[in-house]
Design a protein around this ligand. Structure first.
Ligand code: ADP
Ligand code: GLC
Length: 506
């Protein structure tokens, strides 16, 4: 009775070796359908590359109103229409749609359509409705598995949004033999977001009153329900998205209050650095670029830069250093350092140009707006989210700025390297794992790395980058080093598969 990829014929059947795994992904974001940041990129790539490696992957996400129904060919799954599912006292119905994923037509992408929950607003409401949205997502996904008669070996939960699922499997769904062998993985993409709600209000609404003794007791006493902590208690294995961050989150400085719990599960916490989907992020083929280039022939990068500067109203030429930011504008990304450093640097280095794409907290938006107003033709700020412009900026800039306070992995610093744009980063999390400091005396390295989260640290790194940029031969060497780095997903996928296998054997 299944309609999923296991039932698909042709190449897919052949690709599925005897050791193919059944993997269920549950996520709030999956690009290009739903993306606000790296979570969307990573979940899209992870599902697609696992599918390509022959595994039976089925990913579930909400059919948000914001997803444009006309952009993709969505089809309702006949046996998953008007499925009844309760959420606490609330009787809801959902219908499941599938869509073709570029490059993997038979990959199982399942969109949970429940207008009562996902019918308006953006991906996140920022309020209590999010608790309902995502608690329901997990249960709807497991209900779909039941209807498909499909028994996943691993349910891979992403971030707080899916973190109730391990508990749900041990409570609401524990009667079902279908899940008897199912194990769970919870990936922590960002412990800065934990899904914390008022427990008095939410426990009844989520139908969790009967299992209150299984929740984090201190939190409950303080009137809180914390989705992520629930996941930390019940997931079979925990991963985060870089090796350094896996260590960092066990410390008070980076653990966001979870450090003790994470230390106690230290044996089951693994860091796997994210990969880059070079089918989406490749300057040789990127459809968002007017000209293409690669490590062998980077010459067209100068033309992309010229195009970008003209588009953004910036003056200058190939010799003018162009610094870029593409980011959610939150304190995580380290922009507090920019208030002091950027005005001063713009004053002292008249050649400097800055292009910024992003939106978020008002104080950062105001900083970049005011810099643009004070330095017309030298600073350009696009406030908002713009996928094609993100690609153009990666390709057309010289220096990419990511001075993060903390960074579980970060993708832009890896994209930048492939696009010949040298990252300036703080040594934390995935930035520490993926950017090698450039040493002008040996010509080895791919970017500029500073240690201390201080304006002086950022200023030092930016100065070094600008001084190196002025030496054309040295800069070409640095660009070539970065463009040749390989962060492809194929390798990282194997690390996930190894853990899935250990889990399902245990
Ligand atoms: P995070 O997930 O913390 O936001 P990452 O570096 O992992 O950081 O991923 C950010 C992703 O979101 C990248 O693909 C980046 O290009 C994209 N992005 C961030 N802000 C914007 C924006 N304003 N417009 C387009 N893409 C953006
Ligand atoms: C998070 C992190 C980012 C990471 C992304 C994908 O949003 O902030 O560092 O790259 O998830 O894992």
């Amino acid at each position: 009775m299944t309609g999923g990829p296991a039932a698909a014929g042709g190449n897919d059947t052949r690709a599925q070796s005897r050791s193919a795994l059944r993997l269920c992904m549950i996520t709030a974001e999956l690009a290009p359908f739903a993306k606000t940041g790296g979570l969307g990129d990573v979940c899209a790539a992870l599902t697609r590359y696992l599918h390509r490696a022959g595994h039976d992957v089925r990913a579930f996400l909400p059919f948000y109103a914001k997803i444009d129904r006309r952009d993709h060919h969505f089809v309702a799954v006949e046996f998953l229409r008007n499925v009844a599912l309760s959420l606490g006292p609330w009787q809801l119905e959902f219908t499941v749609y599938t869509a073709a994923h570029s490059g993997a037509p038979s990959l199982g992408l399942y969109f949970i359509d429940c207008p009562a929950l996902y019918g308006d607003g953006s991906f996140y409401t920022g309020g209590e409705e999010d608790a309902l949205r995502f608690a329901f997502l997990g249960r709807a996904a497991l209900t779909c598995c039941q209807r498909m008669g499909w028994s996943p070996e691993v349910v891979h939960c992403h971030d707080w949004h899916a973190a109730l699922v391990p508990l749900d499997l041990q409570t609401i769904f524990s009667w079902d033999r279908l899940f008897a062998e199912t194990r769970t993985m919870l990936t922590l993409h960002n412990v800065g977001y934990q899904g914390v709600f008022d427990s008095q209000r939410l426990l009844p609404r989520l139908g969790l009153e009967g299992v209150a003794e299984k929740l984090h007791q201190e939190d409950l006493q303080a009137g809180r329900l914390n989705f992520l902590k629930t996941g930390l208690l019940y997931a079979g294995v925990l991963t985060t998205v870089s090796r350094t961050h896996a260590q960092e989150i066990q410390t008070q400085r980076y653990g966001m209050g979870l450090e003790a719990m994470l230390r106690s599960r230290g044996d089951h916490l693994v860091g796997i650095v994210n990969g880059v989907d070079y089918e989406e992020w490749n300057p040789a083929t990127d459809p968002h670029l007017p000209y293409h280039f690669d490590a062998e022939d980077p010459s067209a990068k100068a033309k992309v830069k010229e195009h970008l500067m003209a588009e953004m109203g910036l003056s200058g030429d190939a010799a003018t250093p162009l610094v870029a930011i593409v980011s959610r504008l939150t304190s995580q990304k380290g922009f507090d350092l920019c208030f002091e450093v950027l005005p001063e640097l713009l004053r002292r280095r008249p050649e400097l140009r800055l292009v910024v794409l992003g939106s978020g907290e008002r104080r950062y938006e105001e900083l970049f707006s005011s810099l643009e107003a004070a330095h017309r033709g030298r600073v350009a700020f696009y406030r908002g989210y713009h996928e094609p412009l993100a690609h153009l900026i990666e390709a057309g800039s010289d220096i990419f700025l990511m001075p993060s306070l903390y960074e579980p992995c970060g993708l832009n610093q890896m994209y930048s390297q492939r696009y010949g744009t040298a990252p300036v980063v703080r040594r934390t999390g995935g930035l520490a794992d993926t950017v090698d400091p450039f040493d002008p005396s040996t010509g080895v390295g791919t970017g500029f790395v500073f240690d201390h989260f201080t304006p002086q640290g950022l200023q030092w790194a930016l100065q070094r980058a600008l001084d190196t940029f002025a030496d054309r031969a040295l800069w070409s060497r640095l660009m070539a080093n970065g463009m040749r780095r390989d962060f492809s997903w194929e390798r990282q996928i194997e690390r996930y598969v190894a853990i899935y296998r250990t889990l399902s054997a245990g």
